[in-house]
Design a protein around this ligand. Structure first.
Ligand code: DGL
Length: 264
């Protein structure tokens, strides 16, 4: 099957966290079209078994490919940890994955103390252990799992009282440990970047992966000769309540779009 440059790029996450990545993708590649799938029926991924996340991520990627996507971006650290390799093994199109920005964080730190905010599933994955071993073997890693945070950001909004309470619990330990770089290792967390920054020591750097993923996607599309041609169109689909996803989309990033309901 030939792939045309005009075909969209499939992007997915457990919910709307991946929109923080989509913003970087659209900024760098404005002439691409994107089809964003939110697996909101199964949000959050972060506390589910690895085998479940792997099966979902494989199924979603295969569906996006069948429905005409020319490349896939796994805009979710948790799904990457569970399924990136197996998705690549199954699909003939480029698959771009993202993972916590340990490498840039190790290059930035002055005191060698790195805080990492991510889901339980990401932090307990083999892939995360390998990432630390390869890129920050001498750093002190303060790995803070944040159960409840991703789904509360979506359900109640980034500035809600419940999000503030969760941030108190999850971010204060990083400040107490004197982390001078904090990795936002879940694509939902850039939505609460200001709240995280308020709880960290002044001058603490925060890193995420949106930009790096956008550069990598551009490189891969160019290598495959399928760069450009999508005219910037955007489509959204979700496995959960599509009306509710549309409302969250408008509230989080001001995008007004109809959301397709996919029973997958
Ligand atoms: N946004 C996802 C990530 O980057 C996962 C959030 C969740 O579903 O637990 O890890």
């Amino acid at each position: 099957m030939t792939i045309e440059p005009s075909q969209p790029i499939g992007v997915f996450d457990s919910g709307l966290g991946g929109l923080t990545v989509l913003q970087s993708l659209r900024a760098r590649l404005p002439s691409e079209g994107f089809l964003y799938f939110a697996d909101t029926r199964h949000l959050p991924y972060g506390d589910k078994p690895e085998s479940f996340i792997q099966a979902r991520a494989q199924h979603i990627s295969a569906t996006l490919a069948e429905r005409g996507c020319k490349a896939i971006v796994i805009a979710c650290n948790t799904a990457t940890a569970a399924a990136a390799e197996s998705i690549r093994a199954r699909l003939a199109i480029p698959v771009i994955a993202l993972e916590p920005a340990i490498k840039p964080a190790a290059a930035l730190t002055r005191n060698g103390i790195l805080g990492v905010l991510a889901t339980t599933r990401t932090l307990t994955s083999r892939r995360f252990a390998q990432l630390v071993k390869s890129h920050a073997p001498n750093a002190t890693i303060i790995a803070q799992a944040c159960p409840g945070l991703a789904e509360t950001i979506e359900a109640e909004g980034p500035g809600s009282a419940k999000v503030e309470t969760l941030l108190d619990a999850y971010v204060r330990p990083l400040a107490s440990a004197k982390a001078d770089v904090v990795v936002l290792g879940c694509t939902h967390y850039p939505w609460v970047k200001a709240g995280i920054a308020r709880r960290l020591l002044p001058e603490t750097a925060m890193v995420d992966t949106g930009e790096a993923v956008a550069r990598q996607l551009g490189r891969r599309l160019k290598e495959e000769n399928i760069l450009g041609g999508g005219h910037g169109q955007l489509r959204f689909a979700a496995s959960g309540d599509a009306i509710q996803v549309g409302a969250t989309l408008a509230r989080l990033c001001g995008i007004r779009a109809s959301v397709e309901s996919w029973a997958i």
